[in-house]
Design a protein around this ligand. Structure first.
Ligand code: GLN
Length: 192
């Protein structure tokens, strides 16, 4: 099992550390050839406009779309979720996106009320214990297409979803000590 973490900008080191604790080999992905032989890929949080711009500059956008089209498991956290989404509201004009997951998201959706917050989420897929989630200038998932299931909600808003082997979370599981979301993704990768 070898999982890549897109290492262009943002919180990629924390994902690597979490996967390391689960005994999973990780690869920092910066160039198209780094995708070879991966069982899955995490797109971290950070700033989606920056990650998108750097991905274009390094010729990664199309290879990432192909990785998804070939059934490669992808997990986007926060900015990574924005990059996965097919439709993004409040995107910067021309912002590069992968557009591989059938969801509509709104960037910085909690921004006006509160920049960052933490909440205990009910996540049935992870069992009974609530998942303590850290939100940082987070997006929300406003609409999901057919074949997309909501995985977690907060205040009536969908903040995690799954479409087959694509997983998206508006929050940052890599910034907590709770390994359950990473284990969930590793299981998705193993089932490929
Ligand atoms: N607001 C950021 C964006 O639009 C995402 C924030 C994050 O990843 N924590 O890219």
């Amino acid at each position: 099992m070898k999982i890549g973490v897109l290492a262009l900008q943002g919180a990629f080191v924390e994902h690597e550390q979490m996967l390391g604790r689960l005994g999973v080999e990780t690869v920092e992905v910066r160039l198209p050839q780094d995708l070879a032989g991966l069982d899955g890929l995490i797109i971290p949080g950070g700033e989606s406009t920056t990650i998108g711009k750097v991905a274009v500059r390094w010729g990664l956008l199309e290879p990432l779309r192909e990785f998804a089209a070939d059934g490669g498991p992808l997990w986007g956290t926060c900015a990574g979720l924005i990059l996965l989404a097919r439709r993004v509201r409040d995107a910067v004009p021309g912002q590069p996106l992968l557009r591989v997951m059938d969801i509509t998201v709104r960037r910085n959706a909690f921004g006006r009320q509160v920049d960052s917050f933490e909440a205990d989420l009910e996540v049935p897929a992870l069992g009974e214990r609530p998942f303590h989630a850290v939100f940082i200038r987070a997006p929300v998932i406003e609409e999901v297409g057919e074949g997309v299931e909501g995985v977690a909600r907060v205040d009536g808003e969908t903040v995690a979803a799954r479409q087959g082997r694509l997983l998206a979370t508006a929050f940052h599981p890599e910034l907590t000590a709770d390994e359950r979301f990473h284990r969930y993704f590793v299981d998705l990768c193993a089932a490929r």
